[in-house]
Design a protein around this ligand. Structure first.
Ligand SMILES: [Zn+2]
Length: 134
């Protein structure tokens, strides 16, 4: 079975998002995001300096991935409190997997968990289970 195709386009959640162009079964690998592995402390310093435009994934073990300069469509995955995908660190990058079946045309979303926004950013994921904050 071939890898599903994705498109980056305007999202109702935030800025631009990543959308599946074809359906994808649960647990299938969707893609990956590369970048630079840095300490969590350095990640927070960069986030304070760059604001919202920075793409950082924190792993909760004191390290983080700065994917700001890495490019690629998976940098556009938005947060949702009721996501259809999850991410997993694998060596120096992050892999994205489908949490459930993702339908064609659906936006791919992840639960970011703890973020450098520290709950200061309003969440607009639109889910009935929304926490309201990021
Ligand atoms: Zn939400």
């Amino acid at each position: 079975m071939q890898r599903p195709n994705f498109q980056v386009r305007r999202s109702r959640i935030h800025g631009r998002g990543l959308f599946a162009l074809s359906a994808c079964p649960a647990r299938r690998k969707l893609g990956e995001l590369g970048g630079e592995i840095i300490t969590e402390r350095e990640a927070r310093r960069r986030a304070r300096a760059a604001g919202e435009s920075i793409k950082i994934v924190e792993f909760g073990d004191g390290t983080a991935l700065d994917a700001t300069r890495a490019g690629g469509p998976f940098g556009y995955v938005n947060h949702s409190c009721e996501p259809n995908a999850f991410m997993r660190r694998y060596k120096g990058h992050v892999e994205f997997y489908a949490l459930r079946r993702v339908e064609a045309g659906e936006e791919v979303t992840c639960d970011y968990g703890e973020t450098h926004h520290e709950g200061k950013l309003p969440c607009r994921c639109g889910s009935p289970k929304c926490n309201g904050r990021l």
